[in-house]
Design a protein around this ligand. Structure first.
Ligand SMILES: [Cu+2]
Length: 121
C-alpha cells in the first residue's frame, strides 16, 4: 500500500469521525406521559446547548408538561408542552442557567404527575 493511499484512508477516517461526533451533539430527549407519571421521571440536559424536548402522551387523557420559571432561549421563561392521547408536542430551546427544575402536569387531579429536569453546567 502506497503512502498516498494511506493518507487518503486516514483523511476519509477523520471525516467519518467528525460527522459521527457532530451527530451525537444534536440532543433530543423524549419524555413519555402516562396516567399519571412521566417516563423517565428525571432528565438531564447540558447548559448552553440546543435541545429538542418532545412530550409524547401515551396516556388515555390529556396531559401537559410544564417547567416554569426557567431561563431559556425562547424568551418566555417557561416550557409548556401539551398533548392529547397518542399525540406529541415538542420545543427546541437552549437552557441558560444550570439548576434543578420541577416539571409537572397542571391538569386537575394530576398532582402526582411530577418529574425533574436537571440543567448541568
Ligand atoms: Cu396529566
Amino acid at each position: 500500500m502506497s503512502y498516498r493511499n494511506l493518507t487518503i484512508y486516514f483523511l476519509v477516517g477523520m471525516v467519518f469521525m467528525i460527522v459521527g461526533c457532530s451527530n451525537e451533539m444534536e440532543t433530543s430527549i423524549e419524555v413519555e406521559g402516562r396516567d399519571f407519571e412521566y417516563i423517565p421521571e428525571e432528565i438531564t440536559i447540558p447548559k448552553g446547548e440546543e435541545i429538542t424536548l418532545t412530550f409524547n402522551n401515551r396516556g388515555n387523557v390529556f396531559h401537559n408538561l410544564i417547567i416554569e420559571p426557567i431561563d431559556i432561549s425562547n424568551g418566555e421563561n417557561e416550557i409548556r408542552l401539551e398533548a392529547n392521547p397518542n399525540q406529541e408536542d415538542s420545543i427546541t430551546f437552549i437552557a441558560n442557567k444550570a439548576g434543578k427544575y420541577e416539571m409537572f402536569c397542571d391538569e386537575e387531579g394530576h398532582e402526582e404527575m411530577v418529574g425533574t429536569l436537571i440543567v448541568e453546567e
